[in-house]
Design a protein around this ligand. Structure first.
Ligand code: 5GP
Length: 192
């Protein structure tokens, strides 16, 4: 049998606003073998987010306890004072369900996971057409303050410089095309 979900991991990484969440949603609908890896996060929950579905929203104290008990595969303070992390228990839960976890995580976290599970990971970097376009998308999303928008834009340029560290780079200048391209590379990975 060529499909062996155990230990396989798919990472979708990109600067914030590059479209990785839209691509991830598309893939999760397309492939029943995939399951979203719900990260732990200390940032406040946004209006439409659901605890346990979008993130496990934790207090800083609870997050620190999990670091102390070595419960994370990786974690990062992605933005000042806001930490995000992939829980070992979350990957195990998905593998136990005979599915492949899809991690929507930042570039540094993605590099860490790749290092720990080399050989069974497919990493995809979603590249925005430009930093200006990224800024426009983030503004129109309406979730950012002027300050957090600037933080995300500054971070994006830095993150784009790491794109060659990943297995596949998908340019998101057209969301449909980017989704189709992601579908192709994942089909190949699942059958490998
Ligand atoms: P947001 O606050 O917009 O939901 O996410 C901010 C950033 O944190 C995104 O780039 C997202 O991919 C990243 N992120 C979400 N979960 C994790 C995680 O578990 N680990 C790391 N390193 N980054 C994460």
């Amino acid at each position: 049998m060529s499909f062996q979900p155990k230990n396989k991991i798919i990472i979708i990484t990109a600067p914030s606003g590059a479209g990785k969440t839209s691509i991830t949603h598309y893939l999760l609908k397309k492939f029943p073998q995939l399951a979203f890896s719900v990260s732990a996060a200390t940032r406040p929950r946004r209006k439409h987010e659901v605890d346990g579905k979008d993130y496990y929203f934790l207090s800083q104290e609870d997050f620190d306890q999990k670091i102390k008990h070595n419960e994370f595969v990786e974690w990062e303070m992605v933005y000042e004072g806001k930490s995000y992390g992939t829980l070992k228990s979350e990957l195990q839960r998905i593998w136990d369900n005979n599915q492949v976890p899809v991690l929507d995580i930042d570039v540094k976290g993605a590099i860490h996971v790749q290092g720990q599970y080399s050989g069974t990971v497919l990493s995809i970097f979603v590249e925005p057409p430009s930093v200006d376009e990224l800024k426009r998308r983030l503004s129109s999303r309406g979730t950012e303050t002027e300050e957090s928008l600037q933080t995300r834009v500054n971070k994006a340029s830095y993150e784009i410089s790491f794109k060659h560290r990943f297995d596949k780079i998908i340019l998101n200048d057209d969301l449909n095309k980017a989704c189709k391209r992601a579908e192709e590379v994942i089909t190949e990975f699942l059958n490998s």
